[in-house]
Design a binder for this molecule. Structure first.
Ligand SMILES: [Zn+2]
Length: 127
């Protein structure tokens, strides 16, 4: 049979959907609503939300940029990535895309600074 909530195939006598956790008994109270904290992984959520395509929030790029390129920009970028993830979890895709765009711009700046600026600093210090 198929789950009435998410539409995925589940075992015939299952009391709860293994995918979305909703009860298969239509008379039962719905499962507790998912909180923001368990949806910082929009990639997984979007599998069940075909109307809401994934938003790349550039979290990984910003963490790498913070570690290897330019920490201050990287940290700001990480903040925007997290805001994007939270907005997505809230169902506000437009806002999530806005934050993701900012996160993308910031991590690119961090890389640019890391490539063009940091070597000069090291050269200066080494002199
Ligand atoms: Zn389900």
């Amino acid at each position: 049979m198929y789950c009435a909530y998410c539409g995925l195939p589940i075992e015939r006598d299952a009391a709860f959907c293994t995918y979305c956790g909703e009860s298969t008994d239509p008379n039962a109270a719905p499962a507790a609503k998912r909180t923001v904290s368990d949806s910082l992984t929009p990639g997984i959520d979007s599998v069940f939300r075909e109307d809401m395509p994934d938003v790349n929030n550039y979290l990984v790029q910003n963490i790498l940029a913070a570690l290897f390129c330019f920490l201050p920009f990287g940290l700001v970028g990480i903040a925007f990535s997290i805001l994007s993830g939270l907005a997505f979890a809230d169902g506000d895709r437009e806002k999530a895309v806005g934050y993701a765009d900012a996160a993308k711009a910031i991590y690119r700046c961090a890389i640019a600074v890391g490539i063009f600026f940091v070597p000069y600093v090291f050269a200066f210090v080494a002199d």
